[in-house]
Design a protein around this ligand. Structure first.
Ligand code: MG
Length: 373
């Protein structure tokens, strides 16, 4: 839902500096102690209507954060998700609650500040993510090194990313697959009634490896088993979240009977969720919007590795800000699904790119993104 300017001012209760036209929906800032924290809701237009098992959309309203101090600007982004009770409004409210933390904590103590951000509210991880990305972008820009270097990573070790084909009529999905010719691995969304029809239509036009995401779409374990057994015959590499996140026992039952890995997505948000999932899943899908940012995503990577689990790095519909932040972590993971920015027609930023499916990291300081907040 979009906010009018008046509603936005009422909601935030903050000084409103200016209101831009174009894709900006709401804008707000607070200045204190030489630091400025601003946030802005922007409408991102999608190249195609995006449909998954849960819902369908043509535009996405994301919230962008700018943290400015000592002449350096850090940028962050939140992609609020209804699955996690997030809206642009709830995200803006959460960011507002964090403003005092940025006023009183030295940003160089970014670990302390990161934990303080995590503690402001119980959920609303997309908002926390925007703040954490802006903070880490600021730190690494101030140090004048790219984030991947700060993390000690080799930029040549980025994985291939999948390109996602949203649920649509089979003939339109076939058209989308043709448009996705340059991507060597495709991700297909299933979980509706016509799974077989969709997969068969996909296989008519491509023999590329497929990764399949059911988004909790199969509610009965025997049905999920039958579908996965069939997917195994269709050159599918793994299945993401076949059953609802609450069905841990059923997922364990399923894992004992199938040959392809089962990856948790909706079942995992932060590091503390992971130990119990090792019982039922082969791997986890980490998304910055679920973890609440870069710092928690790193804790998740170490936790999953220590339990011998596979790691996938995924995304929501996000601009190049949040996608680039995730891309800098990608040398640490097995599978990448970082195509959210490729689904947007009016991305306000540029950052990491994809060449022949491989994630390419920018070399500028921080996230290495360019564009105007
Ligand atoms: Mg998923």
């Amino acid at each position: 839902m979009d906010l009018s300017r008046k509603e936005f001012i009422k909601l935030t209760g903050l000084a409103v500096g200016s209101f831009s036209t174009g894709i900006d929906v709401g804008y707000c800032y607070q200045k204190s102690g030489g630091a400025v924290l601003e946030y802005k809701i922007r409408q991102l237009d999608l190249v195609h209507t995006w449909t998954i098992a849960r819902n369908s959309s043509d535009v996405k309203n994301n919230v962008f954060v700018k943290f400015e101090k000592d002449g350096v600007i850090g940028i962050g982004e939140a992609a609020p998700n209804v699955r996690y009770n997030e809206t642009p409004e709830s995200t803006a409210e959460t960011i507002q609650k964090a403003i005092p933390l940025f006023e009183k904590t030295n940003p160089w103590h970014y670990v302390d500040l990161g934990y303080a951000i995590q503690d402001i509210v119980e959920e609303q991880t997309a908002a926390k993510c925007a703040l954490d990305i802006a903070l880490i972008d600021w730190i690494t820009k101030k140090l004048n090194i790219p984030l991947y270097k700060f993390l000690g990573l080799d930029k040549t070790k980025t994985p291939l990313t999948t390109f996602s084909i949203g649920i649509d009529k089979p003939e339109i999905m076939q058209q989308k697959i043709k448009e996705a010719e340059k991507y060597p691995i495709l991700k297909i969304k299933v979980g509706k009634e016509n799974d077989r029809e969709i997969l068969e239509a996909v296989r008519e036009v491509t023999d590329k490896p497929l990764r399949v995401d059911a988004n909790e779409g199969w509610k009965i374990k025997e049905e999920a088993l039958e579908k996965i057994k069939w997917l195994e015959t269709m050159n599918v590499e793994f299945i993401e979240q076949p059953m609802p996140s609450t069905m841990l026992e059923e997922t364990r039952w399923l894992r004992d009977r199938v040959n392809i890995p089962i990856i948790a997505d909706e079942a995992v948000k932060s590091a503390s969720d992971i130990p119990k999932l090792a019982y039922a899943y082969d791997g986890i899908n980490i998304k910055l919007m679920k973890s609440g940012g870069i710092q928690e995503a790193l804790r998740m990577i170490w936790m999953a590795r220590s339990l011998g689990m596979k790691i996938m790095l995924g995304c929501m519909i996000e601009s190049s800000v949040a996608i680039s932040a995730a891309a800098h972590l990608s040398p640490l993971v097995d599978y990448a699904d970082l195509d959210g920015n490729l689904l947007i027609a009016n991305d306000p930023f540029k950052g990491s790119t994809v060449e022949k499916g491989k994630v390419i990291l920018p070399d500028g300081p921080g996230l290495g993104i360019t564009g105007t907040f």
